[in-house]
Write a protein that binds this ligand. Sequence first.
Ligand SMILES: CCCCCCCC/C=C\CCCC(=O)SCCNC(=O)CCNC(=O)[C@H](O)C(C)(C)COP(=O)(O)OP(=O)(O)OC[C@H]1O[C@@H](n2cnc3c(N)ncnc32)[C@H](O)[C@@H]1OP(=O)(O)O
Ligand SMILES: Cc1cc2nc3c(=O)[nH]c(=O)nc-3n(C[C@H](O)[C@H](O)[C@H](O)COP(=O)(O)OP(=O)(O)OC[C@H]3O[C@@H](n4cnc5c(N)ncnc54)[C@H](O)[C@@H]3O)c2cc1C
Length: 572
Amino acid sequence: SCVHPDRPEPLDLHLGMFLPTLLNQATPEQMERFFTPAWNLRIIGTYAQTEMGHGTHLRGLETTATFDPSTQEFVLHSPTISSIKWWPGGLGKTSNHAIVLAQLHTQGRCHGLHAFIVPIRDMDTHVPLPGVVVGDIGPKFGFSEVDNGFLKLEHVRIPLDNMLMKFAKVEPDGTYVKPPSAKLTYGMVFIRSMIVGQSALALAKSCTIAIRYSAVRHQSELRPGEPEPQILNYQTQQHKLFPVLAAAYAFTFVGQYMKDTYRRISGDIHAGDYSQLPELHALSAGLKAFTTWAANAAIEVCRMSCGGHGYSRSSALPDIYVEFTPTCTYEGENTVMMLQTASRYLVKSYRQASVGQRLQGSVSYLSEAAAQRLRPRPVSGGAAPLSTQDLLSLVHLYQRRAASLVELAAKSIQQELQRGRSQEEAWNHSSIDLVRASDAHCHFVVVKLFVDKLEQVDDAAVKAVLSTLALLYALKGLADNSGDFLQAGLLTVPQATRVSARIKELLEELRPDAVALVDAFDLNDRKLNSVLGRYDGNVYEHLYEWARQSPLNATEVHESFHKYLKPLRSRL
Ligand SMILES: CCCCCCCC/C=C\CCCC(=O)SCCNC(=O)CCNC(=O)[C@H](O)C(C)(C)COP(=O)(O)OP(=O)(O)OC[C@H]1O[C@@H](n2cnc3c(N)ncnc32)[C@H](O)[C@@H]1OP(=O)(O)O
Ligand SMILES: Cc1cc2nc3c(=O)[nH]c(=O)nc-3n(C[C@H](O)[C@H](O)[C@H](O)COP(=O)(O)OP(=O)(O)OC[C@H]3O[C@@H](n4cnc5c(N)ncnc54)[C@H](O)[C@@H]3O)c2cc1C
């Protein structure tokens, strides 16, 4: 954002969560008091929700905010070690304010989690304020530039007006006024929606590096006596990289869709219509998990496809991985997000469809599936003919797989209940099926959005190559998940064999356009920061130059020789 484009920064939370949370949850008066100074970086804020003991289970958070009507203040307190806020980016050393999520207590009752603006450091000296114990949590897997921090609040007093009161309120006498919808206090749908676009960017960067390098790198022999081929000509290399390229395009379109959907539904919410919030929550949670998991795995595929040089930080791929991988955990751990989508939306929608309700939005196919279940099945049964060319029929196939896995998960819960398990136990014993159902639903949404996007492309040549990519994305997903399709009776073994053959043809079709397709992401050398992914392809000269700049090469004889090796040698 500020100094290093696309790299994690101490100010990310200020820009990505503190300001957006104010925009969504502050009253006009609070906007004036906090937003303008925050926009001017006088106030630097972070978002402090997670505690040492709880991240996922928000109802388990222990920090309290107790209203004291005699002083018109909230008293913020961390009652236990496990209640210390832990992880917030920029909290350790950078921020002078934090949005703290705490259990609100007023008039002797607890009203659950609410957001409070807590000053933590003096605005001029930056010294921690009385009662605030704050610091950095120490080295991590990556994110070294970010001071993820801890925060212990010891009876810290803040004014009544520092509770974000756009929705829920506390009156001066301590009366609690409920929000119009309890779900509004969860938030998080904004960043989850944006993370989908970040998955696309991470994939675009990784496959740009790997595909450009694979066009530069020559290795081994294809035909004896002939020059070594570009490694991009090996079918296995194409099989590793072209599906990643296809996914990068798919996720780019899904990322755009999520941005638009967020804008549309949050517009409705601001106008007082909350009916689409469950769709936004389910889509943002599920697609955040689906795309980050896929991108996380694909970055490693790209790194390994570059052989030894992929392991060098000059490739940029190790950094892309360590900076991207926490997206699978933060903003809602992925398995937990998949379970939200499944149990809070898909299974509920399945039940509604089963009793004849017509569903809207991304789950409308469950109504179709329910209607189909009521129709008599053809005696012959078996999978329908499969076209490895027709994108719409593939979308339909993904839709039917999703419907079938949602049904499987819903039935699993039902069976567990019939065995006498409690609702909670039945849910836990069905959670593998629930995650699988979410995954299939998200996969369907991605394939559908990719195919829908093609309708908006006018240029015939661009449309043709994007259609090939969409076909590859859909067929590769089919091959990777063939067990699901076979199990649901949507695919036969001979059809699966044809899918594999068609994938090979598509790889060959895409080969001539592969470099142009990554160039089209328009990621310049500064943004990529990769020796292997250079636009001009002068990899070897610059690899040598990069190595020469290594700090170890500052002297011809390193001091370790005199300090350790020489004395050691003399003792042997
Ligand atoms: C410009 C952008 C780029 C900036 C990039 C910045 C990068 C910065 C780097 C890192 C940032 C990291 C920040 C963080 O990680 S902040 C902490 C994030 N923490 C989480 O996300 C916690 C995850 N946990 C939860 O979300 C919840 O606790 C839960 C998993 C949903 C469970 O909660 P709970 O048990 O209370 O809820 P239920 O399952 O019972 O659900 C109750 C009903 O509420 C609905 N629900 C739940 N969540 C939401 C939501 N977010 N929005 C709307 N509705 C929600 C749910 O569906 C239930 O509905 P029902 O109708 O079934 O009653
Ligand atoms: C780099 C980074 C930056 C972060 N920045 C911030 C920040 O700015 N602000 C902030 O507040 N937080 C931040 N976090 C914290 C982050 O949001 C949490 O770590 C995240 O929400 C996951 O919660 P947890 O750590 O409690 O994981 P846990 O919930 O303990 O997860 C551990 C395992 O338990 C499983 N599990 C947990 N609950 C369930 C369930 N109900 N069903 C099935 N399985 C379950 C999970 O699937 C996972 O496998 C950050 C984290 C990282 C890594």
